[in-house]
Unconditional design. Sequence first.
Length: 200
Amino acid sequence: MRTRALAALVACLGLVSTPAGAEPVTLPALQGVFVNPAPAPLADFTLTDHLGRARNFSSLRGNPALVFFGFAHCPNICPTTLASLKALHETEGGALKSARIVFVSVDGERDTPAALKSYLAPISRDFIGLTGDPKLTTRIAAQFSAIFFKEPAGKDGNYDVMHSTQVFVVDKAGRLRASFVGASPEDMAQITSLLIREDS
């Protein structure tokens, strides 16, 4: 009786630690899939989404997220990557659509919310576009080990932005678990499916 009473008292006082969450599943080693050996939650951040609303990254928790840093004026890498992510969303009859696709602009000067909405709409209305001050985006990108830099503008005022090409894989608990670099659609689907089924 004393043991049960003491346990109840300790619990009421908040002295019993609660589980930190389920252990993450071990992701398979696949070509083009780089698994993070020590996943930890990313620090939260706030940017403006393609609908003009302030959006906390933590609002996506509860679903895996595939995060790509790019920009609307990108001539080739971004259209190709976004097309691959759209195909991933349509895999298995849309069974992977609970994974959120997040496009973070590295060109906040030109990529207004309206511009991102116009850019993403023909690709997929399920995608989330995020934009903000480039200095803030640089700090956010560093969490993912992503880099980008603006090249000098030409005489016409146009410029390019060089950026990382990885797709960063974040689990339901907000942990950076892996990145895709030239991974096959089948392998991307396998990893995404594992994280959808994983307990957070």
